[in-house]
Ligand binder design. Structure first.
Ligand SMILES: C[S@@+](CC[C@H](N)C(=O)[O-])C[C@H]1O[C@@H](n2cnc3c(N)ncnc32)[C@H](O)[C@@H]1O
Length: 219
């Protein structure tokens, strides 16, 4: 059994001392394994201190979000999207979409996430899958124009909505997966697909959050 990276476990336990990570294969993309929260999440309300810590530093990277699963599967099923290309995974979290791109034959994968714990998770998870990804924090520090920028479940934070206009500055093509915006309308993006998934481990979110839509940049 592959041991869990002790530093990553320590980062989780800084906010969730009673939780553990385990190596999980994704239901929609069984070829990918990730260090994710154990599925038997603590039931009932968290102690007050833990709740405050989680709110100030949510361990999003310890889940593979529904949009991440759908976008990862899209790249694995359609490797021509990424083969021999330079890819940026924006809001990478666990790194799931970037790892899918690398497994599907991308030339270079850059995982970008503001959260330092997520940056560590991307590296740990890439290694678990036998691939390499480069890791960045602020997207403005990435000084290359990629072939494709992928972004899964980053619009839950409405402050990120203006980024839809900026993402095309970083790549010739942009593919966004989202289930949080009910009526997504943006002149630069068109809907190109839809699929169902749950966040993993399953958070039992409302049904609408499992209905993931894919949007592609229109140039
Ligand atoms: C809900 S998680 C999705 C993670 C992964 N893409 C997935 O689908 O499983 C959103 C991630 O985006 C990151 N994030 C949010 N806003 C960001 C920004 N402006 N720049 C970089 N990362 C961002 C968060 O830190 C978090 O790890």
């Amino acid at each position: 059994m592959t041991p869990i990276d002790p530093e990553l476990m320590a980062r989780l336990n800084a906010t969730l001392p009673s939780c553990r990570l385990q190596i999980s294969r994704l239901p929609l993309c069984p070829e990918i394994k990730l260090a994710l929260l154990e599925p038997d999440l603590p039931q009932g309300p968290l102690p007050h201190d833990e709740m405050l810590a989680v709110l100030s530093q949510p361990a999003y990277w310890a889940f593979c979000w529904a949009s991440g699963q759908v976008l990862a599967r899209q790249l694995i099923k359609h490797p021509q999207e990424v083969r021999n290309k330079v890819i940026i995974d924006f809001g990478a979290g666990s790194g799931v979409v970037g790892i899918a791109a690398a497994l599907a034959g991308a030339l270079r994968v850059i995982c970008c996430d503001l959260d330092e714990d997520a940056q560590l998770a991307c590296g740990v998870n890439a290694k678990l899958n036998g691939v390499h990804v480069e890791v960045f924090g602020d997207i403005d520090t990435i000084n290359i124009e990629a072939d494709l920028l992928v972004a899964a479940d980053v619009l839950y934070d409405r402050d990120n909505l203006p980024l839809l206009d900026r993402l095309p500055d970083f790549a010739r093509d942009v593919l966004v997966a989202d289930s949080r915006i009910r009526h997504f309308k943006h002149p630069k993006y068109q809907r190109v697909g839809q699929a169902n998934a749950t966040t993993w481990p399953d958070l039992d979110e409302q049904k609408a959050f499992n209905e993931v839509k894919l949007y592609r940049l229109v140039r």
